[in-house]
Design a protein around this ligand. Structure first.
Ligand code: SAH
Length: 247
């Protein structure tokens, strides 16, 4: 059997948002390495002999990346079918490409299976269209965290005319607010802060750029959460009605 590792996106949390391809990979897996943002409920599709948690949440105790690499390599070299399950999409702030390159350089076949990224699921589950004719000409997915703490070009982001979807932003609200305001974004720009998107415990905090710090504190916003910033956040009322119509 040829060694193969599947890097599989498990989606944002709701197990029904798994792709059929992800389910197929899970069914075949003999070894599953699972990140801690992945809903363990998706494992109902797996008959793997070993399920190995390799959580890497920021700020918490985590499994070193090098160890995860070696684990995948070891099992793949034993000819096992390895599935590496990641939250959302493997290549959106998920190091999927790094892992794929590392394995490929060692002769391991790798296949990446897309997942629904938290930013998309969060917006949709709150009725927010990320692009909208005449309102948002695009969408920018970004994180306020940088490995080397280099500054983001906030002015370019503020003036991009795109909806901003910010990952890993809960601890960076002050920087986000200051950067965008200094970059020329109006303080009244609508913001949605969406916690645990697509899960039963999902919560949404509506705010305006100038007040995100106070509103998030009053709401006790916690990770995992995404921020959606842009005029499209106001579209929600219309879509709620659409949902009511569908019953
Ligand atoms: N690869 C993942 C992102 C990993 S980075 C994806 O495509 O979704 C981790 C960040 O993703 C979290 O800090 C949070 O900003 C976001 N995130 C992941 N799951 C989430 C969820 N269910 N609800 C809200 N944000 C989530």
């Amino acid at each position: 059997m040829s060694a193969k590792v599947w890097l599989v996106g498990a989606g944002p949390g709701d197990p029904e948002l798994l792709t059929l391809k992800a389910v197929k990979a899970l069914r075949q897996a003999e070894i599953v390495l699972i990140d801690d943002l992945v809903n363990p409920a998706v494992l109902e599709h797996s008959h793997a002999a070993r399920i190995i948690p390799v959580g890497k949440r920021g700020g918490c105790r985590s499994t070193p990346q090098a160890f995860i690499h070696r684990l995948m390599l070891r099992y793949a070299r034993q000819g096992k079918c390895v599935v590496r399950l990641k939250g959302g999409d493997p290549c959106i702030f998920g190091r999927g490409s790094e892992e794929a390159e590392w394995l490929a350089a060692r002769g391991i076949e790798v296949e990446i299976v897309n997942g629904i990224t938290a930013g998309l699921a969060g917006a949709t589950s709150c009725g927010i269209p990320l692009t909208l004719r005449g309102t948002a000409r695009g969408v920018t997915l970004l994180t306020a965290h940088t490995q080397d703490d280099s500054a983001l070009n906030w002015a370019a982001l503020a003036q991009s005319g795109t909806t901003l979807v910010i990952y890993m932003g809960v601890a960076k609200l002050a920087d986000i607010r200051a950067g965008l305001l200094a970059g020329g974004m109006p303080g009244e720009m609508p913001v949605a802060m969406i916690e645990s998107a697509s899960l039963p415990q999902q919560r949404e905090c509506r705010s305006r750029l100038a007040s995100i710090l106070d509103d998030a504190a009053a709401f006790a916003l916690k990770s995992p959460a995404i921020l959606v910033i842009g005029e499209v956040v106001q579209q929600r009322a219309t879509l709620d009605l659409a949902q009511l119509a569908h019953g």
